[in-house]
Design a protein around this ligand. Structure first.
Ligand code: ZN
Length: 253
């Protein structure tokens, strides 16, 4: 693999800025893909349909300047939109950092995490994940894994099977098929079985904590399904950043 010697001090802020801008585009996708709308055309306020002006489209900054409300109808803008922009600005520098600042693997990993983020955000909003996010996620995760010497397909197979079994056991309906693709992608990103298990374990712990808080605060009722892709995203990031140390502490190595 060719190493481009780009200093992190330049690469990190550049990747963050590009990421934030991509996050803005990602928000358009998250809003329009479930509604089967094209990506062309001007962005509008979802409440009053007013066409947004150029400065209202500036990521993050516009949310702060608008104080989270539409200038026309005063409807509040979902916090998810600036959050997606912020996290988009984080996943690309994170991918580069995890890849030792090598440009190609770093950007591939960043792109995989970006599609993972969009899948999580769409799941949070609609309870479903479009193949428009899960298939590119799997593709870039696989692409990332194939750049590593000694690639093992086992983690991806286990990740896919883990959700595949649940999907079949649950009757095979609904949006469970996206989970299978996401599970396989998690396997590719984790690269090893212990790291995949760390990612899944972290996702379930965070999911259980959030579910407990939502139940106790009365915002959810028992038996109501919780969107799970955001926890899988969080678990995968945790495994990528701290996984090696967690596994070592666990096996006492
Ligand atoms: Zn409005």
């Amino acid at each position: 693999m060719t190493v481009f010697p780009v200093p992190p001090a330049f690469l990190a802020p550049f990747a963050a800025l590009v990421g934030v801008a991509l996050g803005s585009f990602g928000n358009v996708l998250i809003y329009r893909v479930p509604r089967m709308e094209g990506v062309g055309g001007r962005s509008r306020c979802p409440h009053c349909s007013r066409v947004l002006t150029a400065w209202e489209l500036i990521p993050l900054l516009s949310f702060v300047l608008l104080r989270g409300r539409c200038r026309g109808c005063r409807a509040s803008i979902a916090l998810l939109y600036p959050l997606v922009e912020l996290l988009s600005g984080a996943v690309f520098p994170l991918g580069l950092w995890l890849s030792g600042w090598q440009v190609l693997p770093g950007l591939v990993l960043g792109t995989a995490l970006w599609f993972f983020l969009l899948a999580a955000a769409m799941d949070l909003q609609t309870g479903l994940v479009s193949d428009a996010f899960s298939i590119p996620l799997l593709f870039f995760a696989g692409f990332y894994a194939f750049q590593h010497p000694g690639l093992s397909l086992l983690p991806a197979l286990i990740g896919g099977a883990f959700f595949g079994v649940q999907w079949v056991a649950g009757g095979g309906g609904g949006g469970g098929s996206a989970d299978v693709l996401v599970g396989a992608a998690m396997g590719f990103l984790a690269g090893t079985v212990p790291l995949l298990l760390t990612a899944l374990f972290a996702a379930y712990i965070i999911g259980a904590c959030v579910a407990a808080v939502l139940l106790l605060s009365g915002r959810r009722t028992m038996g109501e399904q919780l969107e799970f892709i955001p926890f899988l995203f969080a678990g995968t990031v945790i495994a990528l950043v701290w996984g090696e140390r967690i596994v070592q502490a666990y096996v006492g190595g």
